[in-house]
Design a protein around this ligand. Structure first.
Ligand code: EPZ
Length: 429
């Protein structure tokens, strides 16, 4: 199994180019199957989750042409398999094919999603939405099956703000008869990007980015050419890496507005933030200060950035409190961080962090995607060598993570045997 081996202690300095947003891409790829015409998608991240989604789409009979590392053409005119079982089991976003196929073909089956183990992750709101539009949804033998004779628009109030349910209901509603209103909708940048994508295919969606999304059903969707927005979470991860390593990183190709909640926290922690049209520079020259963070739906501080800021606050002066309000199981990495010297106590959904002067290198294992990235940041600050195991989680959502960190001066390599770890240690002795 591949691992990262890291020697910490070097401030990260330089520029890093941010790729397309994984969580927008997963929804957009699924929705590209909703027309018989060809859809061209650019700025697609090359990550294991997006690649699994492409394989799943190909397994339905759709034509998938990877025209470049970040460009793909999809033509779904030959789809002949409406139950997706292969490839997709491991990616949670498999459920987007349910909304896409239900919307276009009025029938869909998908293996129950698993994805990162960060909490219970129910899908009742997706099912509530599909049912409100007239679908019958059954779960049998590990497969969710949804079908309808016709879908008719309805007024749907989401009991919890859910990115996945908002996107899935949009897909089922764009080709339904009449008008659908989604209230208490998610407002994340990728929800807006997804609505823009569907509108570029001829859908009629208004209000994405607000609490109320209004959709007027159209008869069919057409082909489009579309560029995915930059990844807010990849950008935020490098911003926190700058802060934690006392570095100076300019994250390029970003939408600074999407990063405001992260920038605001970094300012509270004593970093300098310089924004331009499509870049944000984070400069950290002294020890970070403590602050308190609560994860919330957008525009609040993102849950996908919770482990990274906890790692940075673990090195800050004073006591910080981080409250996770989206997923109940997102502090699993704290045990690993404790092995690197962190002083963090978790009580339910709250982490009480007493900052330490430094972490020390250790062998740790990534429990999920964002926590894995956070442990890499911790290792980059730590005294001595660390090994990060289970990096397949990190590769779900970060393209060339180790290469980008090396470009910034990080001493990190991907290895697959102990001999390579020894070689790395000799090289960086
Ligand atoms: C999306 O997950 C992202 N995944 C997650 O990113 C992200 O953490 C999350 O949104 C929150 O921003 C993708 O976009 C593929 P939710 P999703 O539905 O859609 C509850 C990453 O690291 N809920 O917005 O699954 C749920 O339990 C990943 O990139 C219900 O109760 O999240 C949670 O408490 C991990 N019933 C809250 O809503 C439902 O039917 C928000 O979840 C659906 C959700």
């Amino acid at each position: 199994m591949e691992k990262y081996v890291i020697k910490g202690g070097v401030p990260l300095v330089g520029e890093v180019e941010i790729g397309g947003a994984k969580n927008a891409a997963l929804a957009i790829l699924a929705a590209a199957t909703m027309t018989d015409e060809t859809v061209y998608i650019d700025n697609m991240p090359d990550e294991s989750d997006t690649n699994a989604m492409l394989q799943a789409i190909a397994s339905t009979g759709a034509f998938v042409d990877r025209v470049g590392r970040h460009e793909v053409k999809i033509n779904a005119s030959q789809v002949n398999n409406f139950t997706i079982e292969d490839y997709i089991k491991k990616i949670r976003a498999s459920y987007y094919l349910l909304g896409a196929f239900l919307g276009k073909y009025k029938q869909a089956g998908v293996v129950l999603p698993s994805g990162c183990n960060i909490g219970l992750r129910p899908i009742d709101q997706h099912i509530k939405g599909f049912t409100a539009l007239g679908a019958q949804v059954n779960i049998e033998h590990g497969i969710i099956d949804a079908h309808a004779d016709r879908l008719v628009g309805n007024h749907i109030y989401l009991d919890v703000v859910s990115v996945g349910a908002t996107i899935n209901i949009m897909m089922a509603a764009v080709l339904a008869e009449g008008k659908t209103i989604i209230e208490n909708a998610a407002k994340e940048p990728h929800v807006v990007d997804f609505a823009n994508f569907l509108n570029s295919m001829g859908a009629n969606i208004k209000g994405a980015g607000t609490d109320v999304i209004r959709i007027r059903g159209v008869e069919k969707l057409h082909g489009t050419e579309y560029t995915i927005i930059p990844d807010q979470i990849e950008a935020g991860t490098f911003m926190l890496a700058a802060a934690a390593t006392k570095g100076d990183i300019t994250v390029k190709n970003v939408i600074p507005k999407h990063l405001e909640s992260i920038s605001a926290k970094l300012v509270e922690m004593g970093c300098q933030i310089h924004e331009s049209d499509d870049a944000v520079r984070v400069v950290a020259t002294r020890r970070l200060q403590n602050t308190h963070v609560k994860t919330l739906p957008y525009p609040g501080y993102p849950t996908d950035m919770q482990p990274q800021i906890t790692v940075a606050l673990g090195l800050a002066s004073g006591i910080s409190i981080v409250t996770e309000s989206i997923f109940e199981n997102r502090f699993k990495y704290v045990d690993e961080l404790t092995r690197m010297g962190a002083n963090i106590k978790v009580e339910g959904s709250t982490a009480i962090i007493e900052g330490v002067d430094m972490y020390t290198g250790a062998v740790v294992s990534a429990p999920d995607l964002r926590a894995g990235a956070a442990l890499v940041i911790a290792a980059l600050t730590a005294e001595g060598y660390s090994t990060i195991e289970d990096i397949q989680y990190i590769e779900r959502g970060y393209e060339d993570f180790d290469a980008k960190l090396r470009e910034l001066g990080g001493q990190i390599e991907k290895v697959d045997c102990d001999r390579d770890i020894q070689k790395f240690k000799m090289k960086h002795a």
